[in-house]
Write a protein that binds this ligand. Sequence first.
Ligand SMILES: Nc1nc2c(ncn2[C@@H]2O[C@H](COP(=O)(O)OP(=O)(O)OP(=O)(O)O)[C@@H](O)[C@H]2O)c(=O)[nH]1
Ligand SMILES: [Mg+2]
Length: 278
Amino acid sequence: MGLFSKFIAKFKGINDFAPADWKELEEELLLSDLGPALTHEFLEQARKVKSDNAEDALSQILGSNLSTKSRGAILGQATTVIMVVGVNGTGKTTSVAKLAAILKKDGKSVVMAAGDTFRAGAVEQLQTWGSRIGVEVVSGKVNGDPASVAYDAAKKAQEIDSDFLIIDTAGRLHNKSDLMAELEKVKRVVEKVFPINEVLLVIDATTGQNGLQQAKIFAQAVDVTGIILTKIDGSARGGVALAIEKELDIPIKWIGTGESEADFDHFDAQIYIQGLLS
Ligand SMILES: Nc1nc2c(ncn2[C@@H]2O[C@H](COP(=O)(O)OP(=O)(O)OP(=O)(O)O)[C@@H](O)[C@H]2O)c(=O)[nH]1
Ligand SMILES: [Mg+2]
């Protein structure tokens, strides 16, 4: 049941909502990871809603909190380069592979770069995905320079005139300046070959407000063009997407809905809002 369905059902036919009902709604919104600021703002707006058009009015309020930026892909002139960033374990590597699989199914050629050279197993993880979905992976040595792997992958993509290059990155976050320096270096080096068209930030929906705070640090460090919201299958907290777009003003472009290849989809704002209301 959607976050607001009970509210709408109760609200229809009456115009004065009891204080206890408002309190209950507030608690539900907070539990859903809307965050205190957005919850407060939302309640202010909702108090002005009339019962006869509660659903439309709420739909409009929710919609006005989403980003107005385009959710479409940003394509390059030659190879489109997508860099995928985010905190440890959010689902970067899996999302790189799922995205590559979708593009490939669409008839596009894709190269993946195993830019996480930091964690043992990360390169293999992407290689396993690569052979599963039939997409070439360019990798280097464990503990090698991620920028050099990304550069080799860009050269490879250029050589075979690939439609897409997707770069996986490490998710560690010891401090903001290290992170910034590393991501900037990858960008600088890749851009000797092709401009980076998209930087997609991966956020794990199950980490709620905490995940959002960590994501903010990434968004400050790199110019993020879109968000991949993963693990929404494991999260009952549907409000987090609203909080992300309101806080960061970056459009959610993709959602991860499970662990396998097919569990990946475009984010559709209309469907999302409908899901909260019905
Ligand atoms: N249920 C669910 N699990 C997911 C989803 N996306 C990724 N996972 C799982 O989350 C775990 C971590 O995913 P990874 O892709 O390795 O995450 P990562 O960000 O690359 O992790 P690091 O490289 O360690 O920073 C794996 O077990 C994935 O299968 C999703 O949309 N839903
Ligand atoms: Mg990874």
